[in-house]
Design a protein around this ligand. Structure first.
Ligand SMILES: [Ca+2]
Ligand SMILES: [Ca+2]
Length: 187
């Protein structure tokens, strides 16, 4: 652990405590992994209900049809599901069932259809100051970020959940995000 991280850790342990995890300045998102290809796609949502369902899916390790309105987006697949219109279901019309790569490979068709679902589970919660997602932002989360502190994506020390703002490096921005939310719980 770098010395600056240690000093900062000490400082934030003394910081204030609040009562509810908020994502101010962050877009809450998860990483879903679809069947049968195992492709991954980031899914963000503006709905508290959908967010709760996604977290539950993450905790259960189970899978559902996850989808919504398909819109162009500058990621490796060229699309995302509109965060304002994320849908989750046990059953869907076959017309709308696809996979991440099939949507990507025939994007115009799916943009035209307007709606798609992929059968997927939630493999990672992104952009949360509650790094280990146990419902509270505390010293454990700070420790995880501190352990990865100074590491770049691809390096052995790098821990993706510790890179809260997903910019490829675990640094003071990530540490201070945890610090700002210290003491918050999801209740
Ligand atoms: Ca935690
Ligand atoms: Ca970062």
């Amino acid at each position: 652990m770098k010395k600056t991280a240690l000093v900062f850790l000490l400082f934030v342990v003394l910081a204030s405590s609040r009562t509810h995890i908020s994502f101010a300045g962050l877009e809450p998102a998860v990483l879903i992994e679809d069947e049968p290809y195992g492709d991954k796609l980031e899914v963000g949502t503006t709905s508290d209900d959908v967010w709760a369902q996604l977290i539950q899916l993450h905790q259960n390790g189970s899978e559902m049809w996850i989808g919504g309105a398909v819109e162009p987006y500058p990621n490796q697949w060229g699309f995302r599901f509109d965060p304002d219109n994320i849908l989750m279901a046990e059953y869907t019309a076959e017309t709308y069932q696809s996979s991440i790569r099939m949507i990507s490979e025939d994007l115009d068709y799916w943009l035209g259809l307007g709606l798609a679902y992929v059968w997927a589970g939630v493999v990672q919660v992104l952009g949360s100051p509650d790094v280990n997602w146990d419902g509270i932002v505390n010293v454990t989360d700070l420790t995880i970020v501190s352990l990865a502190y100074g590491s770049f994506e691809g390096e052995p020390d790098y821990i993706s959940i510790a890179d809260i703002n997903e910019d490829g490096i675990v640094d003071m921005k990530d540490l201070s995000t945890v610090a700002r939310h210290l003491g918050e719980t999801d209740q």
